[in-house]
Design a protein around this ligand. Structure first.
Ligand code: PLP
Length: 226
């Protein structure tokens, strides 16, 4: 029997700890699926493409949805989302962060950002390493930027059946978040987000301390493409 979008969301959220939020990843899915999820209480939606997210935002602009950009973001596209995006999970360079800052300022907004770490074995995934992030956070440019709010870290585990491997990578991200908290954000109570866990590994992510689950196909069904 096929479950509905609302049942799928309920099944995921019913056992989640208080501090864990669900980002419903609606990429490639039609606007009426988003509306259905919204109607059963879902408020955070994740998209990985600027054009698609902007179109959906415009179609649903009367709803109080929090739009999260979860995919790789090119600096020249920041301007299209700066007026409405709630959080950008995929900050992977100082250059991008400064561009977000610039456009947030133009719109008189502060945009929440996560630093994306490369935690997987695969070469192909985007992301920074610890040393690069320390450099970024110590840079004068970052410290002068007032319209970005770094609230945590994001990562994607290796796509594998080996749950020990996944657990190791998620624990590593949790460890990184705690080290950064101690070194740079001790007095910043909103530096607390760890965005990790997708359809195939979200249970492990919760065990390892995730606060933002990015789940698509388990909610909306399979996609034709990524
Ligand atoms: C597509 C996507 C997800 C969700 O993937 P599912 O396996 O469908 O849950 C999560 N994070 C990112 C960055 C994605 O691109």
């Amino acid at each position: 029997m096929e479950l509905s979008i609302s049942d799928n969301i309920k099944n995921i959220t019913k056992e989640l700890p208080q501090n864990v939020s669900l980002v419903a990843v609606s990429k490639t899915q039609p606007v009426n699926y988003i509306q259905t999820a919204y109607d059963c209480g879902q408020r955070i939606f994740g998209e990985n493409k600027v054009q698609e997210m902007t179109t959906k935002y415009e179609a649903l602009s009367q709803l109080d949805i929090k739009w999260h950009l979860i995919g790789h973001l090119q600096t020249n596209k920041v301007k299209y989302i700066a007026h409405f995006v709630d959080m950008i999970h995929s900050v992977d360079s100082l250059k991008l962060l400064l561009e977000i800052d610039k456009h947030a300022r133009k719109n008189d907004r502060i945009i929440n950002c996560l630093l994306q770490f490369h935690i997987a074995e695969e070469e192909t995934k985007f992301g920074l390493d610890y040393k690069e992030v320390v450099e970024l956070l110590e840079s004068e440019d970052y410290n002068n930027s007032k319209n970005v709010n770094i609230v945590g870290v994001m990562g994607m585990a290796t796509y594998t059946e080996d749950t020990n491997q996944i657990r190791k990578e998620f624990s590593n991200l949790k460890d990184i978040q705690m080290r950064l908290k101690e070194k740079f954000f001790l007095n910043k109570s909103d530096f607390k987000e760890i965005s990790m866990g997708m359809s195939n590994d979200w249970n492990i992510a919760v065990e390892c301390g995730s606060t933002l689950l990015r789940i698509g196909s388990t909610i909306f069904g399979y996609r034709n493409y990524v």
